[in-house]
Design a protein around this ligand. Structure first.
Ligand SMILES: Cc1ncc(COP(=O)(O)O)c(C=O)c1O
Length: 467
C-alpha cells in the first residue's frame, strides 16, 4: 500500500502545482502513437504504473484551472476529493444499508437538504450517476404514474408523448429511447429569444398530440439550459401540466445550485411545484464526477416504480429494511457518492455554495459588460446565468458560415497555444464561443485576459485568412 501512496503523493504534488497549460491533448491518433497502452501477459513494475499515471495526468485537460471555461464544471473541491478517495478506499456499495451504513445515512441527509431547497417537503430521492440518469428516472416515474401496467405489460399499443424545450439537454432523447417511448414521441417545444420554453407553445403541442389521439404524459423543464443557461418558467408550465394532468419534471442538472443563493434563487422560483427534480452535484457544486440526485415530491414512488427482485438474497426483511436504498434504484451495485458531497457541503456550508454562485454571477456581469463595450465582440444570447455565449465579429464579415468558421478557429487556436480552454456552440442559428463560469478561482483578470485573447486571436486569423 505504501508504495502506491507514494505514487499518489508525488502525482498530487506535481499535478496541483498548476503551472501547466490548461489543455495540451494531441489528436487521438497522435496520442495513440505517443503512448504505449498495450496490455501484456506478465504484470508490470511499479515504475511502469507511475509513468502511466504521469502520462494520464499530463495529457488530461486540467479542469481545476481558472482558465478552464469549457464545461459545466471546473475547479477543485478538496473536501469532495478527500471523500472520493475515501469512498474508493472503503469500496462501499449502496444497495443495502448493511454494506454502506454511513454512506446510506449521509445520502438520506443530503436528500433531505436538497428537497428542502427545492421545496419538496415530504419528498424522497436517490443519488444517481448524473443528470442523464436523473432525467431518465423522472420520465420513468411519469410513465409509471400515468400507466403503472407499463412495468409489467410494456407499452401495450399506447403512444405516450413527452415534452421538453428545444433547448433541452439531449438526455431526453436517450430517455425516450431507453424507456420505449420512442424519439418520434418527444416533442421539442419552442422557446422565446431568451431560450425559455413558451407555455403557449407547450399547450398548443399538447393539444396537437391529443387531437392525434396520443397520450401526453410528461413535461420536462430545464433550469439552466446547457448552451445559454436559460430557466424555463415553472409557474406557467405547472398550470399547463395541471390542466392536462401531466407530470412536471425539472432538469436542474446545471442550474439547481442557484437555490443556495438569495440573490439568484428567483431564477428557480416555484421549483417545489414540480413532481421530480434532477440536480448534479458534479457540475456547479464541483464534486468529482459522478454525483447527482433525482428528487421526487411524492415519497415512496421511486420504490413503487423500481422495486422488483433481489428479495431472495439481498434485500432482507430485517430491522434496516427501510434503509435499503437499492430497492428504489435501477442499479444493483451503486457507488457511495454521498460521502464526497456530504463532506464538501459540511466544509463549505450553505453559505459557501451561495458565495460561490454570487461571485460567479458577478464575474458573469463583468464579462457581459466587457463584451458589450468591445467593438468586435457581440453577445449572441442573453446571459441570465453562468453561460456567456458571444462571438468575435469583425467589421465587414456578416456571413454566418464565415463567422462560425472564424469563431471555431479562435477556440482551437487558443487551445493549441495553451491559453484558455473554451468551447463553441450554436444558438438559434448563430454560432459563437460558449464561456462557462463554474470555477470560483476565476477572477476579473482571467476574464479580461481571455476576452483580449479572443480579439487578438480573431484579428490574427482574419489577417492571415487561416480559418
Ligand atoms: C441541462 C443538462 N441536463 C442534463 C445533463 C446531463 O448530465 P450528466 O452529464 O450528469 O449526465 C447536462 C449535461 O451537461 C445538462 O447540461
Amino acid at each position: 500500500m505504501q508504495a502506491y501512496l507514494d505514487i499518489l503523493n508525488r502525482a498530487v504534488a506535481d499535478y496541483s502545482r498548476g503551472d501547466r497549460p490548461v489543455v495540451q491533448a494531441p489528436a487521438a491518433s497522435e496520442l495513440q502513437q505517443i503512448l504505449d497502452l498495450s496490455l501484456q501477459q506478465e504484470g508490470a513494475d511499479l515504475d511502469v504504473l507511475e509513468q502511466a499515471v504521469q502520462d494520464y495526468l499530463h495529457y488530461n485537460p486540467d479542469s481545476a484551472q481558472a482558465d478552464y471555461f469549457k464545461l459545466l464544471y471546473s475547479g477543485r473541491n478538496n473536501a469532495a476529493l478527500l471523500g472520493d478517495w475515501i469512498t474508493s478506499l472503503s469500496n462501499a456499495t449502496m444497495h443495502t444499508y448493511q454494506v454502506g451504513p454511513v454512506a446510506t445515512l449521509m445520502e438520506l441527509e443530503l436528500i433531505k437538504n436538497w428537497n428542502s431547497l427545492v421545496g419538496f417537503n415530504e419528498g424522497d430521492g436517490l443519488m444517481v450517476s448524473g443528470g442523464s440518469q436523473a432525467n431518465l428516472i423522472g420520465m420513468m416515474l411519469a410513465r409509471h404514474k400515468v400507466c403503472p401496467e407499463f412495468k409489467t405489460r410494456g407499452a401495450d399499443g399506447r403512444r405516450l408523448i413527452a415534452y421538453v424545450s428545444d433547448q433541452a439537454h439531449y438526455s431526453a432523447q436517450k430517455a425516450v429511447n431507453v424507456l420505449g417511448i420512442g424519439s418520434d414521441n418527444l416533442v421539442a417545444v419552442a422557446t422565446d429569444d431568451e431560450g425559455r420554453m413558451c407555455p403557449q407553445a407547450l399547450e398548443a403541442a399538447i393539444e396537437e398530440s391529443l387531437a392525434a389521439g396520443h397520450q401526453p404524459f410528461y413535461i420536462s423543464l430545464t433550469a439552466g439550459t446547457t448552451v445559454v443557461g436559460a430557466f424555463d418558467p415553472v409557474l406557467e408550465c405547472r398550470a399547463v401540466a395541471d390542466k392536462y394532468d401531466l407530470w412536471l419534471h425539472i432538469d436542474g442538472a446545471w442550474g439547481a445550485p442557484v437555490l443556495f443563493s438569495e440573490q439568484s434563487r428567483h431564477l428557480l422560483a416555484n421549483s417545489g411545484l414540480a413532481d421530480s427534480f434532477a440536480w448534479d452535484a458534479h457540475k456547479l457544486m464541483n464534486v468529482p464526477i459522478t454525483a447527482a440526485v433525482i428528487l421526487v415530491r411524492e415519497a415512496g414512488l421511486l420504490k413503487e416504480c423500481f422495486s422488483g427482485g433481489g428479495g431472495e438474497y439481498l434485500f432482507h426483511a430485517d430491522e434496516n429494511a427501510a434503509f435499503n436504498l437499492g430497492e428504489r434504484s435501477m442499479q444493483c451495485g451503486r457507488r457511495a457518492d454521498s460521502l464526497k458531497v456530504w463532506l464538501s457541503w459540511k466544509a463549505l456550508g450553505y453559505k459557501g455554495f451561495a458565495a460561490k454562485i454570487d461571485h460567479l454571477q458577478g464575474l458573469k456581469s463583468l464579462c457581459v459588460s466587457q463584451i458589450e463595450q468591445t467593438d468586435r465582440l457581440e453577445m449572441i444570447a442573453p446571459a441570465e446565468y453562468l453561460n456567456v455565449v458571444f462571438r468575435f465579429k469583425p467589421e465587414g464579415i456578416d456571413d454566418e458560415q464565415t463567422l462560425r468558421r472564424l469563431n471555431i478557429a479562435i477556440t482551437k487556436t487558443m487551445m493549441r497555444n495553451g491559453g484558455a480552454y473554451v468551447d463553441y456552440a450554436q444558438y438559434k442559428g448563430r454560432s459563437g464561443i460558449r464561456l462557462i463560469l463554474a470555477n470560483d478561482a476565476a477572477q476579473a483578470g482571467n476574464i479580461e485576459r481571455f476576452l483580449q485573447a479572443c480579439v487578438t486571436t480573431g484579428e490574427q486569423l482574419v489577417a492571415s485568412g487561416e480559418y
